[in-house]
Design a protein around this ligand. Sequence first.
Ligand code: SF4
Length: 299
Amino acid sequence: MFVLDKKEMMIQTLGKFVDMVSKELPDDVMAKLKELRVQEEQPLAKAIYDVMFENMDKAKKLSRPTCQDTGVIQYFVRTGAKFPYLGQLREILKEATILATKSAPLRLNAVEVFDEVNTGTNVGTDIPYITWEIVDDSTTVEIEVYQAGGGCSLPGRSIVLPPLAGYEGAMQFVFDTVVNWGINACPPLIVGIGIGTCSNSSALLSKKAMLRPVGTSHPHPKAAEMERTIEKGLNDIGLGPQGISGKNSVMAVHIEGMAHHPSVLGVGVTIGCWANRHGVIRFDEHMNYEIVSHKGVSL
Ligand code: SF4
């Protein structure tokens, strides 16, 4: 009998997982969209939510992506130092991306830099984008995949503020960003904010914040209060679903922070759209897997 080796098993499983993530939103996003849908009173806003849910229903039934823009594939790897396939993981993630691109199918979104030629595989220089975090010395790995669409990536930006700007300056930057650009990202939005020192550390933290499960708060009371304040302020603007106006603008506002240089405050903003296609899967060294983000889904 033909038996797949462990590397090939992981490629096949991950490929199916990336395919599934393009077609089914994670549990936290689904729950929040349902909650926001019932709050709408304006007929047009209600109709937009109805279309979103019909779209999601059909995506699942017909096995088609939730949105035509299936994004650039990004992986956030949180691994134990003793996961035995660590050295092969980059190759595994690339192969899984190519597999899902064919099976889903995913839109071809990797354009080779400078040459401006589409690679036709969703793989190119540093694409899929991978960030690595060694979290402990276990033999397991947790992989989060995110499908970064063009419209929702568009508002992303970071800035390094002078010392006197303070947290008020950070909030001003977030509001300016969302008010000026958020409508391009198909609301209701998930707003991720990163507080650090430089542009790259705050930008990376803002992506981490955007991917945090909807419904969670930062454990620090001041950060949690800032999240609530910004969320209320953005909802008061009333972007509504797809920006046609309505009760809410956002699904969530999440902040992540790190100790920073005393002279500056780096602020990053990453926006996620209503079709927030991300998922988390955990593997052990035997290639047993658990899907964390989508309960009851089998591959
Ligand atoms: S912002 Fe999101 S829902 Fe809108 S087109 Fe882009 S990927 Fe699709």
